[in-house]
Write a protein that binds this ligand. Structure first.
Ligand code: GAP
Length: 514
């Protein structure tokens, strides 16, 4: 199965099992907007809890905030979003399709890397044990030719982005002979800038209305509340403010399901530090966030950092945590050193002093900021992609199983009476009642036990508990484990401790060494 086929199956699975639905589907959906179903909302909440607790509970110097989506319009002038939150767009005149010019070039660059990797793999097979990869990469004429071209284009690309040179971006597309995937032609328009913010009107009449924006990032709600939180919480630098909330961007190229949406959710943490210490903190937060991702156990090799070619208007250092999605390594999270850009600008635009008095140095200054910013939906897709597994079973059967870390699983336990009689449903209901105050538990009595197991595998339930004849005699049940499919006999009183041990966030948090 190709990665593309795998991704299609994943999207279909998300719909079939109540994880993600297209928004307003009965009206044929709305581009790049999605709804989360009965299982999706549980997984999403668990991801948010994993993030929130790891920030707010595990760090004494990080507190939470829930700011409004609507903010004073000046916020977005101060933050630079009105002037600079743009994407460079290009249209293909034959297909009439619109693309992000930077994405077309990034895809081309990624293809060159793939080409090189393929050459290396071919050589590895040819030379066998004696193969020296480093030497091959440094000397193979074919690899060197591709790498040189790639590096030249990469340098031109980074320069063009940093200089905001739209003509040069178009020229790179022409020089690299990039074609439209739909029409297959190179008949491109000019490149132009497009602001990504959604706007609406506030006020009862159109005349008296004020244009306001749906926030494109949650971070600004934190910046404008810096003094409120610092003063009321008597916070001392360094300290952080964490927030989870919706953000909106009028993405033109909305692709790859919930990877790039127009309405999405962010989990952002702004960490305020003394100027001059920001690089140290930026490195520390890179490490901390990578540990958070890796603790989920989806394979360290599937994560990497990717430093930005073009720094956002507010940053002096920025990196992405990328995950190896079925469509390649892509950004899940950004870790940015934002300097004092935002606080200083809010100070300027609002005319209010936004400074911190440092009792250690006896000085007042505008703090610097290191930000960690991760998309909930993108993290959701990451967890889904990593968990989705198709397995061949003995006897030729196949099962689809979502191997979620137990703490993130939407349902923790399914309780199944073997038959709908002889008092088994009553015992099963009692077990559900015992566990339901602490966990999401379902009761299922329809179909054969085998079919019920498959249903739970498909939504990633770690435990299936079967009540049978023996239960009525000795108070034990069969616990069937999702990943190994192994079964064991357990006393009903032991169930709670078993589920607790496996599903607690503690298991994940212990790996973070915080
Ligand atoms: N406050 C900084 C900021 O917003 P960003 O790199 O533009 O930085 C941070 O966004 C994260 O938000 C991304 O790494 C991604 O996970 C998520 N994100 C951004 N745009 C998104 C979109 N259109 N759909 C889904 N998630 C998005």
């Amino acid at each position: 199965m190709t990665q593309e086929e795998l991704f299609k199956k994943l999207v279909a699975h998300c719909k079939e099992y109540g994880f993600v639905f297209p928004s307003s589907e009965i009206y044929d959906g709305l581009g790049a907007v999605y709804d989360y179903g009965q299982n999706g909302v549980e997984l999403k909440n668990n991801i948010k809890r994993y993030w929130w607790d790891s920030m707010v509970k595990l760090h004494e110097n990080i507190v939470g905030l829930d700011a409004a989506i609507f903010m004073h319009p000046k916020t977005w002038e101060a933050s630079g979003h009105v002037g600079a939150f743009n994407d460079p767009l290009i249209d293909n005149k034959d297909s009439k399709k619109r693309y992000r010019a930077d994405v077309l070039i990034e895809d081309w660059l990624a293809k060159q890397d793939e080409k090189i990797d393929k050459e290396v793999e071919k050589a590895r097979k040819r030379f066998g044990e004696a193969f020296d990869e480093a030497q091959y990469r440094a000397t193979s004429p074919r690899v060197l030719e591709t790498a040189t071209k790639r590096d030249e284009v990469h340098t031109r690309f980074a320069d063009a982005l940093n200089a905001n040179d739209l003509n040069e971006l178009r020229q790179i597309i022409l020089d690299c002979e990039i074609v439209c995937p739909i029409s297959g032609t190179r008949n491109w328009t000019e490149v132009r800038q497009f602001n990504l913010m959604f706007s609406t009107q506030m006020g009862s009449t159109a005349e008296g209305a004020n244009t306001i924006y749906l926030r494109p990032e949650t971070a600004q709600g934190i910046f404008v509340n810096f003094l409120n939180v610092q003063k009321t919480g008597r916070m001392k630098l360094p300290f952080g403010i964490a927030q989870i909330g919706k953000a909106f961007r009028n993405e033109i190229v909305a692709r790859q399901f919930i990877f790039r949406m127009r309405e999405f959710e962010q989990m952002e943490m702004q960490f305020f530090v003394r100027p001059g210490t920001e690089m140290e903190w930026w490195n520390k937060w890179k490490e901390t966030r990578m540990a958070w991702h890796r603790a989920l156990g989806f394979g360290d090799e599937n994560y990497r950092f990717h430093d930005h070619d073009k720094l956002a208007h507010y940053a002096n250092a920025a990196t992405d945590v990328e995950y190896n999605f079925p469509f390649g390594f892509k950004e899940v999270e950004g870790i940015h050193s934002r300097t004092d850009f935002d606080l200083s600008n809010h100070q300027k635009f609002s005319g209010k002093k936004i400074q911190y008095y440092d009792p250690e140095t006896n000085e007042s200054y505008v703090p610097y900021v290191v930000e960690t910013s991760i998309g909930v939906d993108r993290m959701f897709l990451q967890v889904m992609s990593a968990a989705y597994t198709e397995e061949k079973l003995e006897g030729g059967d196949q099962r689809i199983v979502l191997k979620f870390p137990a703490a993130l699983a939407p349902i923790k336990v399914a309780v199944l009476p073997l038959v709908k009689k002889d008092g088994m449903p009553e015992v099963a209901r009692k077990i559900v009642d015992e566990l339901k105050y602490d966990y999401n538990v379902v009761y299922d009595e329809k179909d054969s036990v085998g079919k019920r197991y498959r249903r739970q595998d498909a939504i990633g339930t770690p435990f299936c508990v079967t009540v049978d004849g023996q239960t009525l005699e000795d108070g034990t049940v069969t616990v069937r484990h999702r990943d190994t499919m192994q079964q064991e006999r357990v006393k009903i009183e032991q169930l709670r401790a078993m589920v607790d041990e496996a599903c607690s966030y503690r298991t994940l948090f212990k790996k973070l060494s915080l």
